[in-house]
Design a protein around this ligand. Structure first.
Ligand code: PRX
Length: 653
């Protein structure tokens, strides 16, 4: 974020009070803050009562081997039972759980009773394929109901799932399958995106070739009907294995700390981190925050979160939190502009969506398309809007509130991370006034602060690092197979205080409200997706022509940040067709990681700015990428390099 944006943010003075009607009937009132502050553990133990436990817990928080915290550890439960069966048992089996909207226009309503049957059949099918509790299952699916069913079927039998976003490449999928030793991969022939069928199964085939002997079976959903290569003995059609399976399945109870899923996320090194979440605490945290922040009234609300289930937002706020709360929700397969730019608003109109959760990057895209698009639809059903994934700039916030929300819906800007599992800093819609651009204050039961480098809380009006000062139930438990990296990444910077280091910069305003300012490490945020500079650099240097690469996140009007790369070639630039090579390198990154990581621009350069100790000065490269006057270069080994780089405009592609 540039200094200019920062000062714009901090001079933002508009505030929006909670709507009186919402405040009067809000699920969570102001007293929740005091109650949670007075008895942190007691507060969370009370929230855990939202769940149905097979065996109640007697201990709330076990901090005896901090930072390896355990929550509700001696309690047992079945997560899928909590998300599905108990609603049927309570008599709401006929309520729609999922209004599915496929991109080509196909629609399916699935009730809780039907979801229970489908999850049970899938659980039986997984068991027949040899999957047992503790095994890992990789899920690589489009946004179709089978994605939700697969996750819940794993949870039901105690298998740990790892959902890999469909935009990741075969290479990225292979490394995740290998890292978590997935016994089964669940995929589809393809999915619909931007009006056409795009294949998924070939990426799974390629991934399994790269890591032979790991996965025993591939369960394939037929979604598009496109041709697929078939491997007898390995590949199994979903409709053969699941449709014919019994809908009777007794869910077994697992301990609260049973691993529920692993979500890979980019860190500051080349290797993605396998973030591990467990069962009872995670479900408590996501169910409570979904209830509190969306003021969810399951009997009357229609909820829609536009995230993909391949990301944490989809896990916590499409699958686990909402279904534990018995929500009725929309699940949409495709893109916002297919077949027309009003697709999302049309869905809101058709299903009378009341609670809507999306990302700032989408809002900025809609702003570019103009208000005449949403103005063509009746969105009077909406009563609350949420934002997630990256800082929301005040203009996007105000546009969202006014154009989408008709100036009547509060906007909740929710700050959290894959690691936190649940929302951490957010307004409570019936309590907290919203300031455009601020996530406001930690939720009840969450303790956060903004502190200096040496761990002193900063006064109001100042900035620093965001830390979480008390454990919370949905926190990550470790990084799969790498406890040391877990401790080092999150708990070493403020080890003396025992605080969790979030990796985000933040500022407290004069009222103590928190404004998130972006990452302070080598992690970029592109369209709300987390990407590591180092991971893209290693993808680039794996190309035979590249000797060295440096990647920075440059601010971008629509995507928040964009990937800008600088590369030095092995054999110099003489005779090189620059444009063709740049294209080749961009495609190479897409193959290695996925299309989401493709650099917006690549500059082929003779040198990179380095300190005398050989460290690349990314700060200076960012200045060039953002067309700013290059900052202080006194620590550079060779100061002439920056003049040469600045003279070379980024190659637009
Ligand atoms: O930098 C913060 C940003 O996204 C990072 C977490 O990314 P990820 O684990 O992929 O999870 C995204 C969905 C929860 C954070 O470290 N971030 C997320 N939400 C916000 C945000 N930055 C500012 N405001 C937010 N509301």
């Amino acid at each position: 974020m540039t200094d200019e944006t920062l000062s714009n943010l901090l001079t933002e003075t508009r505030t929006f009070e909670p709507p009186a009607e919402l405040a009067a009937h809000a699920n969570v009132k102001a007293d929740a803050y005091a109650a949670a502050a007075a008895d942190h553990e007691g507060f969370w133990a009370e929230q855990a009562q939202r769940l149905t436990w097979a065996e109640p817990f007697t201990q709330i928080l076990d901090d005896s081997s901090a930072p390896f915290y355990r929550w509700f550890a001696d309690g047992t439960l079945n997560v899928a039972y909590n998300c599905v069966d108990r609603h049927v048992a309570a008599g709401t089996g006929d309520q729609v759980a999922i209004h599915f909207v496929g991109e080509p226009g196909d629609r399916r309503d699935i009730t809780y009773a039907q979801l229970k049957d489908e999850v049970s059949r899938a659980a039986n099918a997984l068991t027949d394929l040899g999957v047992t509790a503790g095994d890992r299952v990789a899920i690589y699916l489009p946004m179709i109901p089978e994605a939700v069913v697969s996750m819940l079927a794993c949870a039901r039998i105690g298998a740990t799932h790892t959902v890999v976003f469909g935009g990741f490449s075969a290479e990225a999928l292979a490394s995740r399958i290998e890292d978590c030793n997935a016994k089964l991969v669940i995929t589809a022939d393809g999915g619909y995106r931007r009006g056409s069928a795009s294949a998924l199964k070939p990426a799974v085939d390629a991934a399994l070739e790269k890591v032979p002997g790991v996965a025993q079976h591939v369960l394939v959903v037929r979604r598009t009907g496109q041709e697929v290569a078939w491997h007898d003995g390995v590949d199994v059609w979903w409709h053969d294995a699941v449709d014919g399976a019994s809908a009777d399945h007794t869910p077994e109870a697992f301990t609260a700390e049973h691993p529920l899923f692993v979500m890979y996320s980019s860190g500051t090194t080349g290797k993605p981190k396998g973030i591990l979440h467990t069962s009872g605490g995670y479900l408590t945290g996501t169910a409570y925050t979904h209830h509190a922040v969306f003021d969810l009234k399951p009997e009357s609300d229609v909820y829609w979160c536009t995230a993909d289930v391949g990301w944490i937002t989809g896990h916590s706020y499409i699958v686990y939190g909402p279904l534990a709360n018995g929500v009725t929700q929309v699940l949409y397969e495709g893109t916002p502009d297919s077949p027309h730019k009003g697709r999302w608003w049309e869905i809101i109109q058709d299903y009378k969506v009341t609670l809507f959760y999306t990302a700032p990057t989408a809002i900025r895209t809609f702003m570019k398309w103009g208000r005449s698009v949403p103005d063509g639809y009746d969105m009077s059903s909406l009563r609350l809007l949420g934002s997630v994934g990256e800082p929301i700039n005040p203009e996007a916030y105000v546009w969202y509130r006014s154009v989408v929300g008709g100036d009547r819906c509060p906007v909740v800007d929710t700050w959290w991370q894959t690691e936190t599992g649940m929302m951490m800093i957010s307004p409570l819609p019936g309590v907290t006034a919203g300031k455009p651009g601020s996530a406001m204050t930690p939720l009840p039961g969450v303790d956060a602060d903004v502190v200096s480098e040496d761990g002193v809380p900063v006064p109001n009006g100042s900035g620093g690092y965001l830390v979480l000062t008390k454990p919370w139930p949905a926190m990550l438990r470790t990084l799969l197979g790498d406890d040391d990296r877990f401790v080092e990444t999150y708990w070493s910077k403020y080890a003396d205080q025992g605080w969790y280091f979030a990796g985000d910069g933040a500022k407290k305003d004069d009222d103590g409200a928190i404004w998130l300012l972006g990452r302070v490490d080598d992690v970029m945020n592109v369209s709300g997706h987390r990407l590591s500079t180092t991971e893209i650099e290693s993808a680039l240097v794996s190309h035979p022509r590249v000797a060295e690469a440096a990647v920075v996140g440059a601010s971008d009007e629509t995507t928040g940040q964009a990937v800008v790369a600088y590369v030095i070639l092995r054999e110099g630039i003489d005779g090189v067709d620059g444009d063709a090579l740049v294209q080749e390198l961009r495609n190479h990154v897409a193959t290695e990681i996925g299309a989401i990581a493709k650099p917006r621009s690549i500059m082929i350069v003779p040198e990179l700015p380095k300190t005398r100790s050989g460290k690349i000065m990314r700060r200076l490269l960012k200045d060039v990428a953002e067309n700013r006057t290059v900052g202080d270069t006194t620590t550079l080994a060779d100061r002439s390099i920056m003049a040469a780089l600045s003279a070379q405009a980024p190659r637009p592609v």
